[in-house]
Design a protein around this ligand. Sequence first.
Ligand code: SAH
Length: 474
Amino acid sequence: MDFLPLFHNLNGKRVIVIGGGEIALRKVRLVAEASALITIVAKEYCADLVEIRDSNAKKGIHNLELITAPYQQQYIENYPEAVLVIAATNDPELNREVSKHAQQAHMLSNVVDDPGFSTVIFPSIVDRSPIQIAISSGGDAPVLVRLIRTQLESLFPAGMSKLAALAGSFREKVKAKFSNGADRKAFWEEVFGGPIAEQAYSNNLDEAERLLKDKLDTTEEFKTGEVYLIGGGPGDPDLLTFKAIRLMQQADIVLYDRLVSKPVLNLVRRDATRIYVGKTAGDHPVTQENINQKMVDYALEGNRVVRLKGGDPFIFGRGGEELETLAEQGIPFQVVPGITAASGCASYAGIPLTHRDHAQSVRFIAGHHRSGKLDLNWNELAQPNQTLVFYMGLNGLETICEQLKAHGLDANMPVALVEKGTSDKQRVFTGDLNSLPTIVRNAEAKAPTLIIVGTVVSLHDKLAWFNQNSQSEE
Ligand code: SAH
């Protein structure tokens, strides 16, 4: 290891920057963020540097000094109090000379893009001040470092800054209450892994502060439970949101449905208790009331309950009904949207749901039989320039096609059926209102399947991109 990561307090310290172009500008912005006093020496300056100096000066902040001159060693010697010199000219020889002078003056030196001549290098930064993550490859693989940074950016909620600041404001009080380090650690672990953190991430700072105060004031251990109603998407775990993953990782109890895919379920916290509450068509082993009651009971016991559903909980997911029960019982909850089957299947089948040349609207329809009959407004559905998406329509496929023809849609209207969309078993069958039912019957398609009706389906041939090696009976 050639470089040891340290965090340098530059507040009020002098930093000398040699060079006045775009590269210098980037470094100046960074050190200015850290409240340094900056002296820049350059023959000329980009407009932004002048602008930063002038707008700061207007606010009474005189942190930037621009010296217009060719570089000479005296500019370093004139500021013996400087702690860091950054060489950012476009002349590599000059930059190295600057670095040599800085080191002679016992100052830290950074040569932009030349780690071999630097005593310090700038890391890539994920900034959730006061939380900061610095990443570096010692100059070996800056592009890789940037990729890592992008991944880390997506892992940490933007609200982490606020949570850390809130924690900072309670630090002394917590110290005063728990003299024992282990107790303090346990306290903070609960704060950062539970509802208080979630409230801060949801921008409910007052509530987060109130909960934190409560937690500090109560003597006996009292945990409030919470319910997270999470959309698990159509199958591919890559389609989960960051928030879904974060909350799934905090679960004590997970109540999940049949449509939640195995790879998605595998992402819940390892120690969480998993309870299957799925229904199989026609046979309801766990009634809806029973599920609602289970959620309430577990939450009242102080558990973090994840209610994990396929697709989006608010689209044919009974999410609304489940939340009403929680609201009536005063149990805190959050809802995390998921990719609904229509979006997932359409994307992975290369069928855009709307398209300027084909469809200006899209309808999501529940296509399951109720007591052997499909009670829908067929006149409204059999209209041109729209896309119809039928959920739960496998058994009703024939009726759907017949009714749409009977109410005026052309028998040649393209139709697709997507089986197990977004999973590695996805199959896509296409045909028209006449042919599709037979194609699907012969292929023995199994639920879950989604039916898409509309001329957008004709784009599938051109736009299909996913799982092209799979056996499809088109
Ligand atoms: N809340 C879910 C829908 C629940 S209704 C969502 O937003 O997606 C169940 C129906 O969703 C199934 O009958 C099927 O029509 C559809 N569905 C769910 N996942 C699917 C998948 N991976 N492939 C095809 N259809 C799916």
